[in-house]
Ligand binder design. Structure first.
Ligand code: NAD
Length: 362
């Protein structure tokens, strides 16, 4: 999943580079809505992706973001074994100032007109309340509040998937997937991070935690018997596993040189600052990297379960499948001697290719 920079390319050229099926520009003068919905690929099922509301500096920037993110969703659904395609939407505007009920509902009508080929969910700048407004216009939305039959907070499911990804990596390196006695540093103990700390401590792992929120750090350390460390010293720890659960682009040339761990497996999105460069650097340094978009797919699994009407138990079972999916990626990386992120991309592409043979587009 590497991207050239198509900023200067005309729109159709960009769509060809990324391989998109359809891009819809939504413009409504009455509500001020300006949105772009990108449907990347629907071979595996309807395109599912969040709606991001952001003050993009230019329309070109918004377009590039939605194309990049929607393509990423195709890979995420494919590698996770879900019957979903990849899509994403962006609303151009300041979510604190420009968002109104009318704007969200008008946007919902645009989604309705896509007849189920695109299903949305919340993302940066949108909330369960916004999903509720969209739901008033169309059924093609997930992540509505639990009180309205939604699937609720995805974080425990995401943490479970990350936990299974960690276990798969440990199995690969140590021959057993037990985490007892293994040392893990969790960076960022927010919604996902805290749930992960809980699971790790239940298996008697030695857990270090860091966060910029000092109060939370003290609280979580005490609650689970984890050791709080200063945020800037996390890269000095000699540990088995580093689990980034806060920021993107945290794996870069500088941090790779510093890291003294055997495994990187965490929830944060887009961990590699440069997928090609840093995936390869990790392979060369002998650090096993669990591709972020695979092991953090619990959020997507939660949305999928909401659409399919699955129970919480079934949702957790789907998250547990991330163990085997990660094992397959690690195996391919070893056999082909390629970075794990590249191996994951190849497996995702192969699944789409195979499914294309048995059915046409959704
Ligand atoms: P969150 O906002 O609840 O938690 C993030 C935590 O990171 C906060 O406690 C924050 O104080 C801390 N933090 C921020 N900057 C930091 C820094 N520089 N160093 C250390 N800590 C820092 O978010 P979340 O829902 O727990 O998600 C965590 C990551 O996982 C994000 O990158 C998110 O995109 C990704 N993710 C989350 C889900 C989900 O289900 N919530 C699904 C997929 C991916």
């Amino acid at each position: 999943m590497s991207f050239t920079q198509p900023e200067e390319s005309p729109i159709f050229n960009q769509l060809s580079i990324f391989g998109h099926q359809k891009v819809v520009f939504c413009n409504d003068r009455d509500t001020g809505l300006k949105a772009i919905i990108a449907i990347h690929d629907t071979t595996l099922g309807p395109a599912l992706g969040g709606t991001r509301m952001w003050s993009y500096k230019t329309e070109a920037e918004a377009l590039q973001d939605v194309l990049r993110l929607s393509r990423g969703m195709t890979y995420k659904a494919a590698i996770t074994g879900l019957n979903l395609g990849g899509g994403k939407a962006v609303i151009i505007g300041d979510s604190r100032l420009d968002k109104t009920e009318a704007l969200m509902r008008r946007y919902g009508r645009f989604i309705k007109n896509l007849n189920g080929s695109f299903i949305t969910a919340e993302d940066v700048g949108t909330t369960p309340k916004d999903m509720e407004y969209i739901r008033m216009e169309t059924e093609h939305v997930t992540g509505v509040p639990e009180s309205l039959g939604g699937s609720g907070d995805p974080s425990p499911v995401t943490a479970k998937g990350v936990f299974m990804g960690i276990k798969a990596c440990v199995k690969e390196l140590y021959g057993t997937d037990s985490l007892a006695g293994k040392s893990v540093a969790v960076q960022g103990i927010g919604n996902v991070g805290e749930n992960l700390v809980h699971l790790l401590r239940e298996e008697n792992a030695k857990v270090y935690i860091s966060d910029i929120n000092e109060d939370r750090l003290t609280q979580v350390a005490k609650k689970y018997g984890a050791e709080a460390v200063a945020n800037n010293s996390i890269f000095d720890l000699d540990i088995d596993i580093y689990a980034p659960c806060a920021l993107g682009a945290i794996i870069n040339t500088e941090t790779i040189h510093k890291l003294k761990c055997a495994i990187i497996a965490g929830a944060a999105n887009n961990q590699l600052a440069d997928e090609q460069v840093h995936g390869k650097m990790l392979l060369e340094k002998g650090i096993l990297y669990a591709p972020d978009y695979l092991i953090n797919a619990g959020g997507l699994i939660n949305c999928y379960s909401e659409i399919a009407g699955f129970s919480k138990k079934r949702t957790m079972q789907l998250a547990e499948n991330i163990y085997e999916a990660t094992r397959s990626v690690l195996k391919k990386s070893k056999t082909d001697n390629i970075p794990t992120n590249e191996a994951a991309n190849k497996i995702a592409e192969k699944r789409i290719e195979d499914m294309r043979k048995i059915k046409g587009s959704y």
